[in-house]
Design a protein around this ligand. Sequence first.
Ligand SMILES: Cc1ncc(COP(=O)(O)O)c(C=O)c1O
Length: 197
Amino acid sequence: MWFLGDTLSIKVYQALAAALEMRPERRVILSDSGNFPSDLYMAEGLIKALGRGDELRVVAPDEVTDAITDEVAVTLLTEVDYRNGRLHDMGEITRRAQDAGAVTIWDLAHSAGALPVDLAGCGADFAVGCTYKYLNGGPGAPAFIYVAPRHATRASPALSGWLGHAAPFAFEAGYRPGKGIERMRVGTPPVLAMAAL
Ligand SMILES: Cc1ncc(COP(=O)(O)O)c(C=O)c1O
């Protein structure tokens, strides 16, 4: 299930917060040194906000598979390296991570529009990406988030903005998450950018 809106950094934060919540007994976020810096920075920021001692473990891209241990709560990886085009094997890493009990997040910023992506086929848990690279939306075009249908009704959006509320125009005092992927909407969408996309 997809939702389009906000920036990719925001969507990384939401996916990571939701994924960590699904593995409360684990404290390691596994990423690699080929990842785009904002993904790593957002993880650092979330770790600080949570304040419970989570660890961002960054390994070399070719060491990712071996670094998937039963300590890992979440793998946060960008499928295609923005520097050199190196491609992770999404199906194989997803399988290894899930076998070890980890939740997978794939950043598709450099994949979407450039190569076929089969999230459902490889059983990925979460994915995020932008539409301003190979989808040609132009700078500022909205990002996207994918939540596997099996998680969509219980994934926590973390950034609980009014347009992700179950009844945004009821203007209730308290937050209730929208049904399914709708809860991943944070605020007012960039309508002109979406129209251009
Ligand atoms: C892989 C990746 N992740 C995150 C970002 C950050 O995206 P945004 O500026 O939309 O927050 C980018 C931007 O180029 C990116 O390439």
